[in-house]
Ligand binder design. Structure first.
Ligand SMILES: [Zn+2]
Ligand SMILES: [Zn+2]
Length: 232
């Protein structure tokens, strides 16, 4: 595999920031799977390019220019994923890896064309929001199914796109973004999450439940979706 590019680092920092505001060199080294010295060297370069601010005790943060670059790559990635599924017949477990490669190479015109062809979509096949051309992106809502404690009707918002085995496992069970599911209970001693999906009972292991993000499928979800408040 080629060594991670500036764009790979910028994307990794963007994703790390979503999990914790203080991104460390160590954290990045594990995300881009290179040594800490290699990360330090790259961070100096990114600082010179004004893509990050790097302060010894507060870690790394993307500058405005860095954030813009990250959102642009993510827009490419998610549009490509959808294009591969919709236009080229790829299965949803195969597109993340393909998009990881292609995202660095498409032109703005190509991006515009697939965006138009797909009807200006707002999410990728895994439910992740596609940033707009202007660099706006929807705030991620929902919580991991593995943290659900009380029975509820839920809607699947998104699933992690990086584990192809997980995606192949979820598809035949109907556990796809947009699906309505009913959480019944977690089996004792950290056991499976028992769901009702389209009339069938499905038992999802905790490791998979941690990678499925859901939101309550009730009117009281409105506070997290201010933009949709006026459209019942
Ligand atoms: Zn992906
Ligand atoms: Zn995706």
């Amino acid at each position: 595999m080629a060594s991670p590019s500036v764009e790979d680092y910028i994307k990794a920092i963007y994703k790390a920031q979503a999990d914790s505001p203080n991104v460390t060199t160590h954290d990045l080294a594990s995300r881009v799977t290179v040594s800490a010295p290699a990360v330090s060297k790259m961070l100096r370069r990114l600082t010179e390019l004004c893509l990050i601010d790097h302060t010894p005790y507060h870690g790394v943060r993307l500058t405005e220019a860095g954030t813009k670059m990250a959102l642009e790559i993510i827009r490419h990635h998610r549009l490509l994923e959808l294009y591969l599924v919709e236009a080229l017949g790829y299965t949803w477990d195969a597109v993340h890896q393909e998009a990881e490669r292609l995202e660095h190479h498409i032109s703005e015109e190509f991006e515009e064309r697939i965006d138009a062809l797909l009807g200006h979509p707002t999410t990728c096949p895994h439910g992740d929001p596609i940033p707009t051309r202007e660099g706006h992106v929807a705030v991620l809502t929902g919580h991991a199914l593995s943290t659900q404690r009380t029975p509820a009707s839920l809607k699947i918002r998104r699933v992690r796109d990086t584990d192809a085995d997980l995606l192949r496992y979820l598809k035949p069970l109907g556990l796809l973004p947009g699906a309505t599911i009913e959480f019944l209970e977690q089996e004792p001693f950290g056991g499976a999450f028992v769901l009702r999906v389209g009339g069938q009972i499905v038992r999802v292991p905790p490791g998979a439940a941690a990678q499925i993000f859901v939101a309550e499928n009730e009117p009281d979800e409105q506070p997290t979706l201010p933009l949709e408040e006026s459209a019942p």
